[in-house]
Design a protein around this ligand. Structure first.
Ligand code: T4K
Length: 367
């Protein structure tokens, strides 16, 4: 056992270098390196087929995808969302000059609690923006019923939900729009990257214009778009990644099962159970530390792991509402989110994590 070797919370899966070089040769020859090239078109079709979604628009990253999704629905006023997420969820609302209204999460999965949404709806509310945290699906039926009742739009931040299905249906088909992130730290990566899933060709074309400055053609700009296009290198890399993704997810499943088995008897440590009828992607492995029962605080364990060169992460601590731009916006009780943020540690999970690595991590937790 080499205590010196660093174990990170994640490591990206990379496609075989020889294969990527072949794609690069093709790109070099064509000199077409961005703006809806051949690899982009091919990747868009292949990823839609893989995910089981009808329309997908590729983006340079997930944050720009989320910002553009809000633009595409022409939202105004307030958007109800969760404080228990990566800060980009709220930033996308802020950059659209709208106000995020933070509502508490359920205490088990950490997803927006449908029971808490209605009290936060005002005459300024235009949408609900839940996050499938750690890839665990939100309670879509209940959230959709509320959105429909109050005539609100529904955008899912599915940054963690690549490949996740409920009852054999991609969760990315939920809502008016869903977004994905293909950042290096995600289950599926294109180095940086993202996407919007939409439900009509008309909406896809609208989104595709928005990510390309609003151009309809060489002489017509219909709306003030942005530049959020995915380039040909990312798309070529993404096509190769699709070949590896099933294997990658099954490796993660193996790791997740090992953690579950080994952690189940440790007093004061809990983890999230898998949901019924759900195909998971094992994107994160969060554990929650009850200081009293475990006999050590979450932060102490986090530091202890670090001392052993194990760089776990506290996703999502601090809560978004603890960051300066949002700290004045707290209106509702967020105690479930606060408890989770105070107790969580995401353990390392990625396809190349070895049995030996897992044992090293568990040894520190058990000590
Ligand atoms: N919505 C949600 C719910 C999200 O979680 C995110 C992003 C977004 C929206 C926005 O999507 P993007 O615009 O990012 O596409 C990371 C990611 O940067 C971010 O994508 C992600 N969520 C968030 C949860 O985590 P950091 O600051 O923790 O990443 P970093 O650089 O510390 O990396 C973590 C570990 O991963 C490193 O310690 C080592 C390893 N790593 C990282 C990189 C970048 C590698 O081994 N190789 C690498 O290239 O934010």
């Amino acid at each position: 056992m080499n205590k010196e070797e660093i174990i990170f919370v994640t490591q990206p899966s990379l496609p075989p270098l020889e294969d990527f070089i072949e794609s690069l040769k093709d790109i070099w020859e064509s000199k077409w390196i961005t703006n809806n090239g051949k690899f982009h078109k091919d990747f868009e079709q292949k990823i839609a087929d893989y995910l089981g979604v009808k329309h997908i628009s590729l983006f340079s990253n997930g944050t720009l995808a989320l910002m553009t999704a809000i633009q595409a629905l022409e939202l105004e006023g307030e958007i109800i969302t969760t404080p228990y997420s990566f800060v980009a969820t709220a930033h996308a609302i802020w950059w659209n000059k709208l106000t995020p209204v933070f509502v508490d999460v359920d205490p088990v999965y950490g997803n927006l609690d449908p029971q808490k949404i209605e009290e936060a709806i005002t005459d300024k509310t235009s949408a609900i923006l839940p996050v499938h945290v750690y890839g665990n699906p939100c309670d879509h039926d209940q959230i959709k019923a509320i959105a429909d009742k109050h005539n609100l739009k529904l955008i899912y931040d599915g940054a963690h939900a690549f490949g996740v299905e409920e009852n054999q249906q991609s969760v990315l088909n939920y809502g008016d729009l869903s977004i994905l992130s293909f950042h290096a730290t995600k289950v599926f990566n294109t180095i940086e990257g993202g996407a919007i899933i939409s439900h009509s060709l008309e909406m896809k074309q609208h989104i595709d214009r928005l990510k390309n400055f609003g151009f309809v053609n060489e002489v017509i700009v219909q709306e003030p778009g942005i530049n959020a296009k995915m380039n040909e290198l990312q798309a070529a890399y993404g096509i190769l990644q699709l070949k590896e993704i099933d294997d990658n997810i099954s490796q993660r499943k193996r790791i997740s099962e090992q953690y579950r088995k080994q952690l189940s008897n440790i007093l004061g440590i809990t983890y999230v159970d898998e949901k019924d009828n759900t195909k998971h992607n094992y994107s994160y492995f969060p554990i929650f530390i009850d200081e009293e029962k475990y006999g050590m605080s979450r932060d102490k364990l986090y530091e202890k792991l670090k001392e052993n060169n194990i760089f776990a992460r506290r996703y999502f601590y601090p809560l978004i509402t603890e960051f300066t731009p949002y700290s004045d916006l707290v209106k509702y009780d967020l105690s479930n989110a606060q408890t989770m943020a105070n107790q969580v540690i995401c353990l390392p999970i990625y396809s190349e994590l070895t049995e030996e690595d897992i044992n090293r991590i568990l040894e520190v937790i058990n000590a």
